[in-house]
Structure formats: structure tokens, C-alpha cells
Design a protein around this ligand. Structure first.
Ligand code: FAD
Ligand code: FES
Length: 469
């Protein structure tokens, strides 16, 4: 387990599960429930900063009335976000977890305006984002994501979410916009809970002209465009987004490399980017496209190549070369496929994945080894006095649950740290450690500066801890 504290580096020797999965699961969900946060989403009037900040320029200055209401759910904000705003990913130490080339990018938040909104399927819409000055944008690596800030009526603080860049420029062309493609998250079937907060707000209220603040491209789930090794890009649902960027980046490489683009979705209405990918495949003989529909409908003939799911049997029937595998999709799909890839003897170094949402590990191969959990519990102090310096609060941490995190603990004390992914991917929760040390429950993939820690995957180590929160 790695530790961080003042003048200590945060990454490098953290414990990671033997199967390469960052530990993830119900911890943040449970922790989010403990937070007792109030969420409001319904119908009401606008309060500053309210939706003005995200409203189209034309709507600003008017009394814009959208949503808000009195639905108060204890701990929902943490829970909501824990449900989907988390990623699991395999470590890729060889790749920079940093945005584009140094000096090319910006730091902190930058204002963007939605220049175009386009429905891609029954549930996914793309948003093209441009800076108001229209200046060309920094390059990014295929597979990286943006963190966006939304001012949603009824939310006490800005809502942050991360979304993969779903497009990639033609080789050498300046970038005049970034594209994000966002699935409208419904409430889980059979559960009486609200639908996804940010994605529904984006679909319903963010339109051309709306302003958003955005952090620079980041993330380490990226394609190495200096390699010519064959690649297999496998996705289902909205997991297609980073795959489009990777496919386009690979097609722009000077030496063509074999690319398999394998995607699964329900049927025609849910088949996002159908024409875009079909045109790429028609124009490039090294791009082998295969679309699987799980429930094809009338009129779908000709738009898919097989019925069923993308599984190893399908992959094996199509891919006949040593390749790097990139996976993104629903947790169940990824868990099953990653297990199959491993069983088939695909080397760990050739399997790269990113998950947009969390799911507790279920199989023996993806669950936390008992020895690791008990080792961590043993290493943890019986209790820690945790101070939140800026909030003027001190509370006693006495949790023996190895999945508990400082972020959830802070929320339970009424401190409201910023967060997005809750899994060490985006860097949003980084905070300065004024005194003491933090250990990690999984390896962070976000970069973090010396003397700071990612509290979404952090736990106290030692008798006292003072955080700049
Ligand atoms: C690196 C990365 C890249 C990503 N890229 C993309 C992308 O390209 N496109 C994309 O669409 N998404 C992407 N995501 C996911 C995205 O960040 C958000 O997590 C997603 O949009 C859902 O956010 P939300 O606010 O709409 O849902 P949330 O409000 O976070 O809710 C999540 C889910 O929980 C449910 N829920 C609400 N209340 C409860 C409750 N009490 N109990 C149980 N469940 C509840 C909601 O109905 C919803 O289904 C990415 C995530 C990461 C980490
Ligand atoms: S919230 Fe994303 S790294 Fe902690």
C-alpha cells in the first residue's frame, strides 16, 4: 500500500489487486449513502449560479426556470456519483497520465461553449465544445477524457463529471472543437431512484450556446500511436466513445496497422455512430468493423454483422494476429471479456481497459484477495484523528472496512470536497496533506503532486491526519 504525505510521492508502489483491476465496488456507494448529502432535482426557479452558468448565451440574463425541487435523499450525491462516475482501469505505467504535450494545454478550468449538439442514438448525444475565442485547441491522446462542470439547479455545488473525447482530428489538422458523447443514464431497472443527474441535465438543458467549464484532457487509457502492433478495439454501449478516437488516431498513423473495431449494442436505434464508423471502414481496408446486435429488430438487416454479444468466441473468430486489446463498456461485459482474454492466454500487458461505472467485483479472479484486505486492516491504525483544516473540523476515523475512503468520511462530516470519478482516475479530489500520511486502497491513475493525495481512494495512515479541506 502506498502512502502519501507532505513531500512524499503518491504513486508507484501502491497495492494493486493481482488481477490488475483497481479495487472498486460498493465502497463509494455505501460511503456516499453515509454522507447524508442533500440532492434536489425537480421543478423550481433558478438561483445563482444555477443553470445560468450552463445556459445558452441567449438565455442568460433572462429568468431561466428549470428543474429543482424538494426531493431530498440522504447521501444521494455521493451514491449517485459512485454509481456511475467511476472508472476502473488497468495501470499503464508506460503511458503518460497527463494531458497532451506539455505546454500545449491549459491548467484548471477553461470556459467552453457548446457549438453543436447531435443525437447519435436513442440514448447518446454528442456535444461539440469550442472556446469562446475560437482559438485552436491543444492536442490530446486518443482515449483521454475531459472533466466538465455543471451548475444544476438544486445542487449545492457544481456537479463534476468526466467524459471521454469521442473524436480525433485528421493527422496534422488543428483542433477547433472537442466532442463528447454522452449517454442519458436512466434509473436502474426496478429501483425507485432518480435517473442520472448530470447526463440527464446535459441531454435536457445543455444546448448550443450553453457554457461549460472544462479541465484539460487527461487520462492514461490511451493508444500508443508510435506502435504499429495490431489493435482490437472492443466496446459495448457508450463505451464506444474512446474507441472512436483511438480508431481515428490509428488510421492517421503513417504506417497502417490492422485495426479491429468490435462493438455491441441492442439494435438499430441504440447503434451510435453507425454511419461514421461505416464510412471509416469503407475508406480504410485496415479497419475491420464488426457490429453485434443483441436484439436486432425489423429493419436492422445490413447494419450488423452478428446477433448476440461481443465475447471471446467472436473475437477469436475474427482476430488472427497478436494484438493489443482495448476494452470499454459495461462492467458485466468487461468483467466477462477480460476473464476470457486472460483464460485465452492474452498477456496482461496487451489488455487495456477503462470502465465508466463501478461494479463490485464478483468473480474469484476479480475479487480482492483476502490476504490483501486483512493486511491492510492490520496495517491501519485503530483510529485516526482526521482534521479538515479549512473547515475547522476534527473527527475520529475508526473504520475497519478496507473499502472506506477519506472522501466518504469527509462527506459524512459535512465537508464537501470536489470529486468526479471516485476511483483515482480523474484527479478532481486531490487535496493537500498538511500533516500525516494517506494510504491508497488501489493504485491511482491520475497524476498527483507531491504532498497531495487523492482522497477518493485514500485512507488515513497513522494516528493523526490533517487535510487542507
Ligand atoms: C474516465 C471516464 C470516462 C467516461 N466517459 C463517458 C462517456 O464518454 N460517455 C458517457 O456517457 N459517460 C462517460 N462516463 C460516465 C460519466 O462520467 C458519468 O458517470 C455518467 O454520465 C453518469 O453520470 P450521471 O450524473 O448522469 O449519473 P449519476 O447521477 O452519477 O447516477 C448514476 C446512476 O445511479 C443511479 N442512481 C441514482 N440514485 C440512486 C440510488 N439512490 N441508488 C442507486 N442508484 C441510483 C442513477 O439512476 C444512475 O443510473 C465516463 C466516466 C469516466 C470515469
Ligand atoms: S474523484 Fe477522481 S481521482 Fe478522486
Amino acid at each position: 500500500m502506498a502512502t502519501v504525505g507532505p513531500n512524499k510521492r503518491s504513486a508507484g508502489n501502491v497495492a494493486e489487486r493481482s488481477d490488475g483491476w483497481i479495487r472498486q465496488g460498493v465502497d463509494a456507494v455505501v460511503a456516499g449513502m453515509a454522507a447524508g448529502t442533500i440532492l434536489a432535482f425537480g421543478v423550481s426557479s433558478l438561483g445563482p449560479p444555477g443553470p445560468q452558468a450552463n445556459a445558452p448565451a441567449s438565455a442568460r440574463g433572462r429568468s431561466l426556470r428549470i428543474t429543482t425541487g424538494g426531493l431530498v435523499l440522504g447521501g444521494l450525491a455521493g451514491l449517485l456519483h459512485a454509481g456511475l462516475g467511476n472508472a476502473g482501469r488497468r495501470r499503464r505505467r508506460q503511458d503518460a497520465a497527463t494531458p497532451a504535450a506539455a505546454g500545449d494545454t491549459w491548467t484548471g478550468w477553461r470556459e467552453f461553449v457548446v457549438s453543436r449538439k447531435q443525437a447519435e442514438s436513442a440514448e447518446i448525444s454528442s456535444f461539440e465544445l469550442q472556446p469562446p475565442d475560437g482559438e485552436p485547441l491543444p492536442a490530446f491522446q486518443p482515449g483521454q477524457f475531459l472533466t466538465i462542470e455543471l451548475h444544476i439547479p438544486g445542487q449545492a455545488r457544481p456537479v463534476l463529471r468526466t467524459y471521454s473525447l469521442s473524436d480525433f482530428p485528421h493527422h496534422g489538422e488543428p483542433i477547433n472543437h472537442y466532442r463528447l458523447s454522452i449517454k442519458r443514464e436512466p434509473a436502474p431497472k426496478g429501483q425507485n431512484v432518480p435517473p442520472g443527474l448530470a447526463s440527464n441535465f446535459l441531454h435536457d438543458h445543455v444546448v448550443p450556446g450553453s457554457s461549460l467549464r472544462i479541465r484539460p484532457p487527461a487520462g492514461s487509457f490511451v493508444l500508443d500511436t508510435n506502435s504499429t502492433k495490431p489493435i482490437v478495439l472492443i466496446s459495448n454501449g457508450v463505451g464506444i466513445t474512446p474507441m472512436i478516437a483511438m480508431a481515428k488516431a490509428a488510421l492517421g498513423q503513417p504506417s497502417p496497422r490492422p485495426i479491429w473495431f468490435l462493438h455491441g449494442c441492442r439494435n438499430g436505434p441504440f447503434h451510435a455512430f453507425r454511419d461514421e464508423i461505416a464510412s471509416l471502414a469503407a475508406a480504410h481496408s485496415n479497419l475491420h468493423r464488426h457490429i453485434a446486435y443483441s436484439r436486432p429488430g425489423e429493419g436492422d438487416a445490413g447494419h450488423y454483422q452478428s446477433e448476440g454479444y461481443v465475447d471471446w468466441a467472436l473475437v477469436r473468430s475474427l482476430v488472427d494476429q497478436d494484438a493489443d486489446y482495448f476494452l470499454c463498456g459495461s462492467p458485466a461485459f468487461m468483467q466477462a471479456l477480460i476473464a476470457e482474454l486472460r483464460q485465452a492466454g492474452i498477456p496482461e500487458a496487451a489488455i487495456h481497459f477503462e470502465m465508466f461505472s463501478r461494479k463490485p467485483p464478483t468473480s474469484a479472479s476479480t475479487s480482492q484477495p483476502a490476504s490483501e484486505a486483512s493486511a491492510m486492516a492490520e496495517a491501519a491504525p485503530a483510529s485516526t484523528e482526521v482534521s479538515f483544516a479549512r473547515s475547522g473540523l476534527t473527527a475520529t476515523w475508526a473504520s475497519t472496512d478496507p473499502e472506506d475512503t477519506l472522501l466518504a468520511f469527509a462527506e459524512a462530516q459535512g465537508v464537501e470536497p470536489a470529486f468526479s470519478c471516485r476511483s483515482g482516475v480523474c484527479g478532481t479530489c486531490a487535496c493537500r496533506v498538511l500533516e500525516g500520511e494517506v494510504s491508497y486502497i488501489s493504485e491511482p491513475t491520475a497524476g498527483v503532486t507531491s504532498g497531495s493525495a487523492l482522497i477518493c481512494i485514500g485512507r488515513p495512515k497513522g494516528a493523526t491526519l490533517n487535510l487542507d479541506l
